[in-house]
Ligand binder design. Structure first.
Ligand code: ATP
Ligand code: MG
Ligand code: MG
Ligand code: MG
Length: 468
């Protein structure tokens, strides 16, 4: 069996031997980039290099980058526990060319690594390109000899990659692994491609444009390459398992979560959520985020509270989540020394948040259960969602997570009405008069924080909708 650690090293060695500078993982908090909530791909630390605004002493790089997809354009929070391949935290293996090589070499490197180094059988690999990308199609079919029966052209939704609403983007080509007929799902490009049988493992992005705030595409100074392969998905392939939760790294966390909650069934969805969330919560704290009611801190709070609720669902009403930090450090501390160094602090922050939420979780759940028991329609009223949020500290997505388990939906419009009313009340109670507010705006003051807390809740509802 090839361990995740061996795969990480083998990938970086492969590209080091091909003149790539191996660059350590950057923080989950993008440096100087207010457009992005978290580092959501390996290219993020290189964004300015692609745009030609920053120069590096190398033109080829490779990395294993820690990523979080729990908000913004790439949001997989709602997928966790429901698919075996989406995490809020994962590691992305990537190789990059900054105006050096382009499509031909990127494709050849990827194929060589998968087929010659890892010895994956080519008849289990599927390839897609962007509909209009005849050049990439011809490289795959004519030069690499990929079987046209395992090849498809796809539209922009899957095969035109963007980091966010603005920033570098371009057509891409993806490689899928066929986990076999025992798993349901159709091949890439087919109508039932959303199943689990053909799992996307590697995306090769041919970075060619910058998208500005108006949606306008401008060519980059140099055509470049950005690739990303999920380490956990690759490990699942190499370890002969279908779900990422059965690979070495996550399996140990699932077992630790079961021990900490006394859960019996190792396949319980809640254990997977907890195993996933301990990774994102811990690494976010390592990178300087603390639970709060705003912005990044609120995403962290939502992740932690969700994990706590899943522990509660398994019967664990005492603080348990912080006890998973030690096994996480055991698994990932040597690859990420910054995690090992912050172990005590991470556990302390988590424990504090657990204690804080414990006071209201039980009461909130009781109210929710009472409401659910009396429901005439399969929808939870907006005022209940609001009360849970406002009085009991239930982030909306946490209530939605519970509702989904019961096949119920939330009245989000009603919730937003309650939010608007609260905002009105806050405005009326504020000692700022309208004239003063206008004066503040006129002075160009951007750091007026009077309404920031509330405005941010509205964003959070937006984030939740993104992922739904
Ligand atoms: P999917 O279609 O499966 O959601 P994606 O197209 O959103 O994946 P990309 O943005 O192309 O993913 O990212 C590159 C690679 O990173 C993917 O091919 C996959 O291996 C990995 N990856 C993406 N999202 C996740 C995730 N949430 N958890 C684990 N690995 C991921
Ligand atoms: Mg995705
Ligand atoms: Mg995809
Ligand atoms: Mg993709």
């Amino acid at each position: 069996m090839t361990s995740s650690a061996e795969l990480r090293a083998s990938f970086l060695d492969f590209f080091r031997a091909r003149d790539h500078e191996v660059v350590p993982s950057s923080s989950l908090i993008p440096a100087n980039d207010p457009t992005l909530l978290f580092t959501n791909a390996g290219m993020v630390p290189f964004k300015d290099v692609f745009l030609g605004r920053d120069r590096r002493p190398y033109r080829r790089a490779a990395s294993a980058q820690r990523c979080v997809r729990a908000g913004g354009k790439h949001n997989d929070l709602e997928n966790v526990g429901y698919t075996g391949r989406h995490h809020t935290f994962f590691e992305m293996l990537g190789n990059f060319s900054f105006g050096d090589y382009f499509k031909r070499e990127a494709i050849a490197f990827a194929w060589e690594y998968l087929v010659d180094v890892l010895k994956l059988p080519p008849d289990r690999l599927w390839v897609t390109v962007y509909t209009e990308d005849d050049e990439a199609a011809s490289i795959w079919l004519d030069e690499m000899g990929v079987d046209p029966r395992r090849f498809a052209r796809c539209g922009a939704k899957d095969n035109f990659w963007s980091m966010g609403d603005t920033g570098p983007c371009g057509p891409c080509s993806e490689i899928f692994f066929d986990h076999g007929p025992q798993v349901a799902g159709g091949p890439p490009g087919s109508p039932d491609a959303d199943g689990d049988r053909y799992v996307e493992i590697w995306n090769l992005v041919f970075m060619q444009y910058n998208r500005d705030a108006d949606g306008q595409l401008t060519p980059l100074p140099h055509p470049s390459v950005d690739t990303g392969m999920g380490l956990e998905r690759l490990a699942a392939v190499m370890q002969g398992v279908h779900s990422n939760y059965d690979i070495d790294l996550l399996r140990r966390l699932v077992v630790a979560a079961a021990e900490a909650t006394a859960a019996g069934d190792l396949t319980d969805k809640s254990l997977r959520v907890i195993a996933d969330h301990i990774r994102s919560a811990s690494f976010l704290i390592v990178d300087g985020v603390t639970p709060s009611n705003e912005g990044r801190g609120y995403v962290l709070r939502r992740i932690i509270r969700r994990a706590i609720r899943h522990g509660y669902r398994l019967g664990q009403a005492e603080p348990f989540f912080h006890r998973l930090v030690a096994p996480l450090v055991g698994d990932m501390g040597s690859a990420y020394p910054e995690l090992a160094a912050a172990e005590e602090r991470v556990a302390r922050v988590l424990r504090l948040e657990e204690e804080r939420f414990a006071e209201t979780l039980e009461q909130g759940l009781r109210i929710l259960e009472g409401t659910i028991a009396g429901l005439a329609e399969p929808e939870i009223r907006g005022d209940v969602v609001f009360k849970l949020y406002d009085t009991y500290g239930f982030p909306v997505d946490l209530t939605a997570d519970i509702a989904r388990e019961r096949g119920l939906s939330l009245d989000l419009a009603g919730f937003e009405r309650e939010m608007a009313q609260q905002r009105e009340r806050a405005r009326a109670a504020s000692h700022f008069g309208t004239a003063q507010e206008m004066a503040l705006e006129f002075e160009g003051t951007t750091d007026f924080t009077g309404y920031e807390h509330l405005a941010d809740q509205a964003t959070v509802v937006g984030l939740y909708r993104d992922g739904a």
